[in-house]
Design a protein around this ligand. Sequence first.
Ligand code: C2O
Length: 556
Amino acid sequence: MKMMMMPWMRVLLAAWLLATHVEGMVRHYKFNVVAKRTNRLCSTKPIVTVNGRFPGPTVYAREDDTVLVKVVNHVSYNVSIHWHGVRQLRTGWADGPAYITQCPIQPGQVYTYNFTLTGQRGTLLWHAHILWLRATVHGALIILPRLGVPYPFPTPHKEKVIVLAEWWKSDVEAVIDEAMKSGGAPNVSDAHTINSRPGPVANCPQGGYKLAVRPGKTYMLRIINAALNEELFFKIARHQLTVVEVDAAYVKPLRTNAIVVGPGQTTTALLTANHTTGMYLITTSTFMDSPIRIDNVTATATLHYVGTPEASPAVPTATPPPNATWVAESFVGSLRSLNTNTYPARVPLEIDHSLFFTIGLGVNPCATCTSGFRVAADFNNISFVMPHTALLSAHYYNTTGVFTDDFPAKPLIEFNYTGTQPTNVNTMNGTRLYRLPYNSTVQLVLQDTGMIAPENHPIHLHGFNFFVVGRGLGNFDRFEDPRKFNLVDPVERNTIGVPSGGWAAIRFRADNPGVWFMHCHLEVHTTWGLKMAFVVDDGEGPDQSVLPPPSDLPKC
Ligand code: C2O
């Protein structure tokens, strides 16, 4: 029997389609946090993983979808998971940094992260946000465009996730525990990995990751730096990459030989297989332009044209030297927002809060440390002290005594930040936050200092994307440098490398109420105190306040 579609049915169908289009789907994931033995790098020690996998499972969703991830903690460590770069509009409870927005998920406990993906599309990552567990507890988070919405670039033949990471032969928690006891720096990693494989390593016949391609086709590489402590270069022999998106925001297509990705950053690039046959080396190696100990082992993978015999030698590529500032700077400085009618760059032009934070290291006396002192790190000379309960709960329930909101808008003592270091290198301690009214606009200048050593710091802000309106070397000049700001199409990101002995200026609108962590994404610096948080008050409007906490929110 043939059924006629009555006009009212059409109206209903259209309304339903529209509703589902706007609301998106609900995607369910289950993350079992388990210890798993692995033979990577010829070591058989168990590592902490999600679902026994390293890297962990990829979370796929579309813009407007709601994602529910049930996390079950089967290991003996406390756990929490962060959805790095997800805006979490009003849902800070699902953001994940332990003691900032939630108490950790204790052994045997369960918590379901519940969040909606709004106004973002591209590649992000998820990772553990407690201790150093993110070394092995991490994976990709892919936000596809809404159904029927094309990419603003030619549709690739295939998409591949490339996760870059660092590997320690010994237990990472033991590595940092030992460093905290001594007061000095932790051991650097023993290898880098590309999709969990280091490539040929001495005395360990691990093969490298193989990326199979067909001649003439274009592939989308979703490149993620999940390393703990190192910014990384990524290159493919005799192939160029066209970067189309970073940190889940589209950029003007940028052709390049090498990209640099800081920990926490993501870069989506198109790769056209424009040779007919062969194997080509893919490399990832450290970018570090200050005299600091690094893991200088290059991880390798191969680009494998289908049909090329397995045993063929791969065409090599020269990796940039670790201190290749020019390579990093020319890449980072060339990224621009796509800035079209569909994807506009809404850069705040009027500024309500103009902030200036120095980034530095320091040394404090430590009675229990074997060396008698301990290295510290800070914003505006304040090493952040982690509370014992979640800051977001303290804010939501107006609990006093957990934090203060007097984080200074500028350094308490001004000095020649990139000149000779002051004699006093001690830092202050405090759980101090900076308070922002709802919807206020912020300009934040991040100034690296020569305290102990100048260094490139990848600074990550939770809860927001920001526009990188300027970067430069030396001390920020508050009269001259703002004249050169790009307020038209600056790149939009969630993590920015502040150059060694230089500065970066970012702008954002505080349109997301809650408590939002900001820290260096070099985990060693976070451990040492290079972190702080913003508290953004509720607005007056109906959709401008933090939603009530979920009933299964972990307790401390
Ligand atoms: Cu990707 Cu607070 O971290």
